[in-house]
Design a protein around this ligand. Sequence first.
Ligand code: KIV
Length: 283
Amino acid sequence: MEKITSIKIREMKASGEKIVMLATYDYLTAKMVDEAGADAILVGDSLANVVLGHRDTLSVGMEEMLHHTRAVANGVKRALVVGDMPFMSYQASTEDAIRNAGRFLKEGHAEAVKVEGGRKMIRKIEAIIDSGVPVMGHLGLTPQWVHQFGGYRVRGKTWSAARAILDDAKRLEQAGVFSIVLEAMPWQLAKLITEKLEIPTIGIGAGPYCDGQVLVLHDLIGLTGSSVPRFVKRYAEVDKEVMKALESFKRDVKSGKFPSLAQSYEMPPEEMRKLIRGFRQKK
Ligand code: KIV
């Protein structure tokens, strides 16, 4: 079994092999995703929405991200583990950026970090890479910028907006990132970026021409309700199965059908006789 590294992810573009990445947040699902053969697992800051129920990704912090990154790393043998740097863990200073990226490797046992943003984040990204931490970039609809964008809208639809994203992608490549997530942009723009870069692009809502694709596991298996973005493809309806199981459990408990003796522990008959004898004598 070949361990996937950030170098291997870069090489996959040259060899034409598509990169499979999933976002997930815990030991058990990370183990399944790894065993299913994903190349990379992102411990996304979407942890905030998907697992913690917050309305955006802004309120999740370093401690929560490290807690979940450790759990994911415990379940993974092959895939590259990427920790997503949360809002305000890198924006304020290069010192913050280096220290917090380092914590993902030292305390979270990740092997790379992901950072949102283009030219405005270049100095921070360079500093993280110079400190020995591989960085995955993220352009397009970067959710930490939601308030500056005025909502979760597709990015790069005009030629000037598209040009700015393309320039950002080039600058990230020059800065030394090993790959870039492209989120929610026209497929033509993602295709152009993919053609212009030597490093791989990993798309989410960016069409079929990226070098790889990423989805949130919970969206893909149908755990996140019916209102998911257009770019999600459902491969299972696990929520329906879970609801069916919970309703059956409730029915069985209410009717006394669960547990049966098959789910119960038994005392050896001799011990039981002694217990009853002892109880009678005491009376
Ligand atoms: O946080 C996340 O899950 C992400 C992916 C959707 C790319 O950033």
